[in-house]
Design a protein around this ligand. Structure first.
Ligand code: CTP
Ligand code: MG
Length: 229
């Protein structure tokens, strides 16, 4: 079965600090979000994209299809989790509560198709999961003065990436419950954990960076040219 992908793109990109939100800044000659959409749309298991946009977005090109796949939009919210929930709410009726959906940050243009395949295969067999990578560096806890207070164990620590893949109904319920409890959740997996699930961590390439600062554009350009889809 084919999967829809929710693409949160309602952020403001404050850490990049550009003239427009980072997802619309040029990367290798096209808006960053087009690279992300191109990778997702190229995946044979992805049926369509549901992009969540800021209410005041003046930059979205008004696409209804991309690379042959349908593109729907929804208005996102104040937090990323609100944007994802808004997207889940307006997925086509054909996407049932038991069906898996993917969520992928607009700001991660370098995701590899092979990693999307790996996630779909492994998380699909495990009732949901996410791409990530084990921590590489030694991890320090800082005190208020910015001095290293202690060294945290690195074993079993992972960085969380997207895509993340969960059943539509379970993910909606988990995000809604987190919102009701006014708990801030930084990704889908965290909402699922709070709801008692244990998402599978699927190791993906470190290339799958989230473009976060202005310096990341040069790195993303290099990674895009290297990974080629
Ligand atoms: N996002 C969203 N809705 C929000 C906040 C973020 O859809 N209310 C999206 C962003 O557009 C991005 C992804 O979630 O594609 C990851 O968020 P992040 O990297 O934090 O992007 P921004 O929030 O835009 O950046 P910043 O935190 O620097 O302002
Ligand atoms: Mg943010």
């Amino acid at each position: 079965p084919k999967l829809w992908c929710v693409v949160p793109a309602a952020g403001r990109g404050t850490r990049v600090g550009g003239d427009c939100p980072k997802q619309y800044l040029p990367l290798a000659g096209r808006p960053l979000i087009e690279h992300t959409m191109a990778r997702l749309a190229a995946h044979p298991r992805i049926a369509g994209l549901l992009v969540t946009l800021a209410a005041a977005d003046r930059y979205w090109p008004g696409l209804t299809t991309f690379a042959g796949k349908p593109v729907l939009t929804a208005i996102g919210g104040a937090e990323r989790s609100d944007s994802v929930l808004a997207g889940l709410d307006v997925l086509p009726d054909a996407v049932g509560a038991e069906d898996f959906v993917l969520v992928h940050d607009a700001a991660r243009p370098c995701v590899r198709l092979a990693d999307i395949s790996k996630l779909i295969e492994q998380a699909g067999a495990a009732d949901g999961g996410l791409l990530g990578a084990p921590l590489r560096d030694t991890l320090k806890r800082a005190d208020a003065a910015g001095r290293s207070e202690s060294t945290e164990p690195r074993d079993r620590r992972w960085r969380a990436f997207t895509p993340q893949m969960f059943r539509r109904g379970q993910l909606s319920a988990a995000l809604r419950e987190a919102a009701r409890r006014t708990l801030s959740v930084s990704d889908e997996a965290m909402a699922m954990e709070l709801a008692g699930h244990a998402p599978l961590l699927v190791e993906g390439a470190e290339d799958n960076i989230k473009v976060t600062t202005a310096a990341d554009f040069a790195l993303a350009e290099f990674l895009l040219s290297r990974t080629g889809g």
